[in-house]
Design a protein. Structure first.
Ligand SMILES: *Cc1c(COP(=O)(O)O)cnc(C)c1O
Length: 393
């Protein structure tokens, strides 16, 4: 059976391009930097592309290729490009599409460094950027200029959980010949498949849900068509932000349980969001699974589930939030997200601290906002933990 015909959860176990000569049931780690050519002619053929033999691990490696082909299969794309980190993926997208004098329109509430690198590094090369609430298509329309070369979207947004209409943004950008790239880290392909909605490029910090065990930093990009795939791959190879075979091995191992991990963490998140929403010390909760979410309907249409990221603010603002974060005992006070363990953090002073005060305000990142990444623990322990910490507030 062609793995393309399998359902998603079976693709997690059996998808991907890999056949071991010795019959290994799992993908082994090809811990090698270089590969032996059969002959001088074979070496030349590998370089010219006549042969698909391996050359050198920065260019391609069987362990890494197994992972790339599996994620490409899950995202319904042409091909995957694994990177050293999520930021390696972000910069490969930027470097491929943005040149001297180019302009990018981006979601305002994106992963902090995705924004900061544009504002603090790419400006040195004449790249301009505009940050808008991409959940409002009119704002996107207004921000586009003749030199706009990329529409960069994160949905649900980080950490405000706004939902951007990917189909509408894709239609708008394509009518103007602008490619669209989507950071799908918060949802993973289990809950959202942007390429199916007409987007050109999807990428992940696999550090988060895809690996899911808080023990690897890794990224990946999937392009919808071959031409874009080739451009992105050449950037990755030449800038050297490749993955290591051992990293790939760990991600392949974590990926197998993506479906069951996401089911459990999402189920937990729904209960915790409902608990927080009715708590008298909480001023607001943003979770796409709650009816109170302004884009509840869009989330339902565009995603296969609301995920396990929650943001909320206590009535006592930052002071109260700090008491909560210092008193949780099951949840871990740490940045990152998408692992089996529940994490809590304060974006304004942590993940988004390098974003300017004005940038934070426009993106809706208030000082009191607390971000909660719900894991797969027993939900009763998580509820009890929140309850006792909120009593101290
Ligand atoms: C973590 C993260 C990144 C960056 O990934 P790294 O693996 O830390 O480099 C990018 N986007 C989102 C949404 C993230 O959560």
């Amino acid at each position: 059976m062609d793995s393309k015909d399998l359902s998603f959860n079976s693709k997690l176990i059996h998808g991907g391009d890999f056949k071991d000569a010795l019959g290994s049931a799992t993908v082994p780690i090809y811990q090698t930097s270089t590969f032996i050519f059969d002959s001088a002619d074979h070496g030349a053929a590998c370089f010219s592309g006549e042969s698909d033999g391996y050359i050198y691990t920065r260019i391609a490696n069987p362990t890494i290729k197994a992972l790339e082909s599996q994620i490409a299969l899950l995202e319904n794309g042409f091909g995957g490009i694994a990177t050293s980190s999520g930021m390696g993926a972000v910069n490969t997208v930027y470097l491929t599409l943005l040149g001297q004098g180019a302009h990018v329109v981006s979601s305002a509430a994106v992963y902090g460094p995705s924004r900061v690198v544009l504002e603090q590094q790419y400006t040195r090369f004449g790249v301009e950027s505009t940050f808008v609430n991409t959940a409002d298509i009119e704002e996107v329309k207004k921000a586009i200029r003749p030199n706009t070369k990329l529409l960069f979207i994160e949905t649900p947004s980080n950490p405000t959980m706004d939902i951007t209409d990917l189909k509408a943004c894709g239609d708008l950008a394509h009518s103007l010949g602008i490619p669209v790239a989507v950071d799908n880290t918060f949802s993973s392909p289990y809950l959202q498949r942007p390429l199916d909605l007409g987007v050109d490029i999807v990428f992940h910090s696999m550090t988060k849900f895809i690996n899911g065990h808080a023990d690897v930093v890794a990224g990946i990009i999937v392009a919808k068509d071959e031409a874009m795939y080739k451009r992105l791959r050449s950037t990755m190879i030449n800038f050297g932000c490749n993955m290591d075979p051992h990293q790939a091995y760990l991600v392949i191992r974590g990926l197998k349980t993506l479906g069951i991990r996401m089911d459990r963490s999402q189920e937990n998140a729904m209960k915790l969001a409902q608990y927080l929403e009715q708590h008298p010390k909480v001023s607001w909760v943003r979770y796409p699974g709650l009816l109170s979410h302004p884009q509840y309907e869009l989330a339902k249409k565009q995603m296969n589930g609301p995920g396990s990221m929650i943001s909320f603010e206590l009535k006592g603002g930052l002071t109260a939030g700090k008491v909560l974060m210092d008193n949780v005992k099951v949840a871990i006070l740490a940045v990152s997200l998408g692992g089996v363990e529940t994490l809590i953090q304060h974006p304004a002073s942590m993940t988004h601290s390098k974003v300017s005060a004005d940038g934070k305000e426009k993106a809706g990142i208030t000082d009191g906002l607390v971000r909660y990444s719900v894991g797969i623990e027993d939900v009763n322990d998580l509820l009890a933990d929140l309850k006792q910490a909120l009593e101290k507030v």
